[in-house]
Design a protein around this ligand. Structure first.
Ligand code: URA
Length: 251
């Protein structure tokens, strides 16, 4: 009895050290055992991949896309509270793609609401942009590559990014932005299909084909990185000015 109590206490301390410091559901789920997949979900997904089709392709609007993402069975979904879909003005000409929700985003259900998000809002405000602006010319729309919070805020793997990429590409088609900004390594590598790191990619425009349209994409340093490395904020400022200049070219 004492032995099992000690083992349970040690497991609890270990989880705390890993950052698993809160309950996210009412029911205990043993995640050391692979979750059984209902056949009705597993089989069609394989068939769709084999056909070359993807559930995202059928989404005619944002509600359908959100529903398709929420229905996508993925282990990350079971460790998160909320599907973090997007925030901002869907009519915006600038679409920002981040990495994945963190703890605050998971709680609020919106991307970039933690400290990094607050810095992002201030950075955007410095060039006259806001996620809350009703005027499409001054608005931004924000999403992430991965819609579910990875445990302990780890960086999503390349495989996880690849799984959700078709949804992001459809998201871009539906929003139809004139410009895309990728924040940090994960969305830059996924959307620009590159292995080159953000330090080399940042600040340079690259056209990406989404649907039939080539859209200029600007990789920038992630706000969470800038919070850790404020000495690099001048690089973000240079990139913001490049974004502002490109927006002015649109007018
Ligand atoms: N970092 C991101 O990339 N996205 C969020 O939504 C929050 C933090």
């Amino acid at each position: 009895m004492t032995e099992s109590r000690d083992a349970l206490l040690a497991a609890l301390v270990w989880q705390g050290e890993l950052g698993a410091d809160e309950a996210i559901g009412d029911v205990f789920v043993d995640r050391t055992v692979p979750a059984p997949k209902p056949e009705s979900q597993a089989a069609p997904a394989l068939a769709l991949v084999a056909d070359g089709a993807h559930p995202a392709d059928d989404c005619a609007d944002l509600d359908a896309l959100r529903a398709a993402i929420e229905a996508h069975e993925h282990p990350l979904k079971h460790g998160a509270r909320t599907c973090v879909f997007a925030d901002g003005n869907p009519a915006a000409r600038v679409m920002i793609v981040g990495e994945a929700p963190g703890r605050n985003e998971d709680i609020e259900g919106k991307p970039f609401v933690g400290m990094g998000g607050q810095l992002l809002d201030r950075m955007l405000a410095a060039i006259g942009l806001s996620r809350h602006d009703e005027d499409a010319a001054r608005a931004v729309y924000i999403t992430n590559i991965v819609p579910w919070r990875p445990a302990q805020n780890r960086t999503p793997s390349t495989e996880e990014s690849a799984i959700f990429l078709p949804y992001v590409r459809r998201h871009i088609e539906l929003i139809n932005p004139a410009l895309i900004v990728t924040m940090g390594n994960t969305p830059t590598k996924a959307l620009l299909d590159t292995t080159t790191g953000i330090m080399k990619m940042r600040g340079g425009w690259t056209d990406i084909m989404v649907g039939e349209v080539a859209r200029p994409c600007l990789p920038m340093l992630h706000p969470a990185y800038l919070l850790r490395q404020p000495m690099d904020k001048h690089k973000a400022w240079t990139d913001l000015l490049a974004l502002k200049a490109k927006i002015e070219e649109l007018q």
